[in-house]
Ligand binder design. Structure first.
Ligand code: PXP
Length: 244
């Protein structure tokens, strides 16, 4: 069975659109209440990206999620000493290391493990020593996958964004093939294979056929559908399409 991590960042985006300046209380919509409902509907994990600029998820959201015994928390974060120190305090079950660029609307490219080798290695080592499973969010590129394994990462999350963007074009078969080869290579090197970004209720029919998939992290499409159906139905429908 492929596991589903529900990324709830956009719930916080909606809250911050109104309540950025409001202190105290828990203004709506509450991402923790959303996580609760998503878990009731079968989400296997909850993913949040605590960005350097705190534009959506706030530290308090992460701490509240961490206090929930039912939640398997996957914290997405940049590879910086400040975020590593914070992760070691929060102690989520998993961390996914992502690149961060203040101007982007959402995470755009994969992490450049080759270019930031020493920083990434320090991050994997610090998290691993604390018993936190570290995952690297990378494009399905041979060099990135090989170095991820060499540096001792237990997990990679393959970036499905280029595939999702090419879905309605003639580049789709090539992008899917890249993901397939990447998944096979990562698995062959002993890495656990997750995937995420741009996965929706249509492309999931093909994404789910990627070999060796452990978990998909999905946010935008599930939260968008939830506006019409409610989060529980949106999560149930995605899980049914992931594991028909
Ligand atoms: N995985 C990672 C590492 C991400 O950064 C994101 C986007 O925040 C996702 C998965 C989810 O992408 P989407 O919102 O397009 O489903």
């Amino acid at each position: 069975m492929i596991l589903l991590g529900v990324n709830i960042d956009h719930c916080a985006t909606l809250r911050q659109a109104r309540y950025r300046e409001a202190g105290g209380g828990t203004p709506e919509p509450d991402p923790v209440a959303l996580a609760d409902a998503a878990e009731r509907a079968g989400a296997d994990g909850i993913t949040v990206h605590l960005r350097e600029d705190r534009r959506h998820i706030q530290d308090r959201d992460v701490w509240r999620l961490r206090e929930r015994p039912s939640t398997r928390l996957n914290l997405e974060m940049a590879c910086t000493p400040a975020m590593i120190a914070l992760a070691l305090k929060i102690m989520p079950q998993a961390v996914c290391v992502v690149p961060e660029n203040r101007r982007e609307v959402t995470t755009e490219g994969g992490l450049d493990v080759v270019g930031a080798r020493d920083a990434v290695k320090a991050c994997i080592d610090a998290l691993g020593a604390a018993g936190i499973e570290a995952s690297l969010f990378i494009g399905p590129d041979e060099a990135q996958i090989e170095l991820s394994a060499k540096l001792g990462a237990p997990v990679v999350e393959l970036h499905t964004g280029a595939y999702a963007n090419a879905y309605a074009t003639d580049r789709r078969p090539a992008e899917f093939q890249r993901l397939k080869l990447g998944a096979v290579r990562a698995h062959g090197l002993g890495l656990k294979v997750n995937a995420g970004h741009g996965i929706n209720y249509v492309n999931i029919a093909e994404v789910r056929t990627l070999p060796h998939l452990n978990e998909l992290n999905i946010g935008h499409s599930i939260l968008s559908r939830a506006l019409f159906t409610g989060i529980e139905e949106a999560v149930r429908e995605m899980k049914a399409r992931m594991n028909p």
